[in-house]
Ligand binder design. Structure first.
Ligand SMILES: C[C@H](O)[C@H](O)[C@H]1CNC2=NC(N)=NC(=O)C2=N1
Length: 104
């Protein structure tokens, strides 16, 4: 498969412009979502399932009322690639769906 192409600073900025809430921190992108703990656990299961299928995984940090997702490409030497932005969009959609779920 080869090493994925590392994005330039300009490409990273362009991609980030399509991802409100995400920010660049060095060679990672990260977003913190406000989401209740139980809903976040469900979101994490869905994110894990999707990650397995696309073979791209985020670091996920769950706290009491928020979830932080951090993404970089290990196979590119911990640099940012198109796969990171694809995953970020997927995580946004999954978290939004779980934030919208009514509480029991
Ligand atoms: C073999 C497997 O496809 C690789 O190890 C995948 C798995 N998930 C991954 N996730 C992330 N974030 N970066 C990678 O380079 C990566 N590589």
């Amino acid at each position: 498969m080869g090493v994925p192409r590392v994005l330039s600073d300009e490409e990273i900025a362009e991609n980030l412009a399509e991802l409100p809430g995400w920010e660049r921190k060095g060679d990672e992108i990260t977003r913190t979502y406000e989401i209740r703990y139980h809903a976040a656990v469900a979101a994490i299961v869905t994110i894990a399932d999707r990650s397995r299928r696309i073979q791209h995984h985020a670091d996920l940090d769950l706290r009491i009322d928020h979830l932080r997702a951090t993404v970089t490409t290990h196979d590119a030497g911990h640099r940012l690639t198109a796969a990171d932005f694809d995953l970020a969009h997927r995580i946004d959609a999954i978290v939004a769906a779980h934030q919208a779920l009514p509480l029991d």
